[in-house]
Design a protein around this ligand. Structure first.
Ligand code: BEZ
Length: 235
């Protein structure tokens, strides 16, 4: 295996997805394997690219990156990190499509993210796979560092761009992680998602009892009018 995740004889190329790649796979994969990497912490600390990540150029949304655990331990984070595992999905790309997929990924993922390589542990205990992974390291301009979780959830709630609401990215990630394994939850993600649901509950309009009574009365009138009309026509 060479350093870039390609096995010389077999031309194997494996990619690790820990964000949107979990539920939006790359093209031309022929194997999809749930599992985890170690030595990192996943955080919603990267400013999103507005075309893909549900914000606008003036108010970009937030997306996830990986932070080396040894560096993360020096930071003042609001969320503890219980597990040393970051769950996600590894994809094997068809050998004849590797160059095409790498071009596609370079276009799709560029946004302060750079290419790294890491050992991936399949959930079923099969041998470790060397994977390529895109990481927004702390020296990139879009890296934000520790965020107040409530403010971060509010920011995600309010960011909307051409590809949809930023909150969908968070909620899809939470659901996709739940689907990988009984152990694949991530406390940072579930806390942000439950804060987001709390914000939605507080801010989304609930019809007042008066409004509901008016609507019921209008429905009643409509059905009485309908009956009278039918009787008039002698039907
Ligand atoms: C991911 O899903 O792993 C990912 C997506 C975009 C940039 C970096 C990582």
């Amino acid at each position: 295996m060479s350093a870039d995740g390609l096995t010389a004889e077999k031309e194997e190329f494996w990619l690790f997805g820990y964000g949107s790649l979990i539920w939006k796979p790359p093209p031309h994969f022929d194997q999809r394997v749930p599992g985890y990497v170690t030595g990192y912490v996943r955080r919603f600390w990267q400013v999103g690219r507005y075309q893909d990540h549900r914000g606008t150029p003036e108010a970009p949304g937030r997306v996830v990156t990986l932070i080396e655990r040894s560096f993360w331990e020096t930071l003042d984070d609001h969320h503890p990190s219980g597990s040393d595992r970051v769950w996600g999905t590894a994809y094997r790309i068809q050998p004849d499509k590797v160059a095409e997929v790498r071009d596609y990924l370079d276009i799709r993922e560029i946004n302060g993210y750079t290419v790294h390589y890491t050992d991936f542990h399949p959930a079923d205990g099969s041998p470790v796979i060397k994977t390529l992974v895109y990481i927004g390291t702390p020296d990139n301009e879009q890296f934000m560092g520790p965020q107040d979780p409530q403010k971060l959830a509010e920011h995600i709630y309010t960011s909307v761009g051409p590809s949809g609401p930023n909150k969908d990215y968070l909620l899809c990630l939470e659901a996709a992680l739940d689907g990988l394994s009984p152990e694949s939850g991530d406390g940072h993600i579930t806390d942000l998602a439950s804060r987001l649901r709390g914000i939605e509950k507080r801010l989304e309009p609930v019809p007042s009892p008066d409004q509901e009574a008016i609507e019921r009365e209008l429905e009643k009138r409509e059905s009485i009018d309908g009956l009278e009309e039918t009787e008039k026509r002698g039907l």
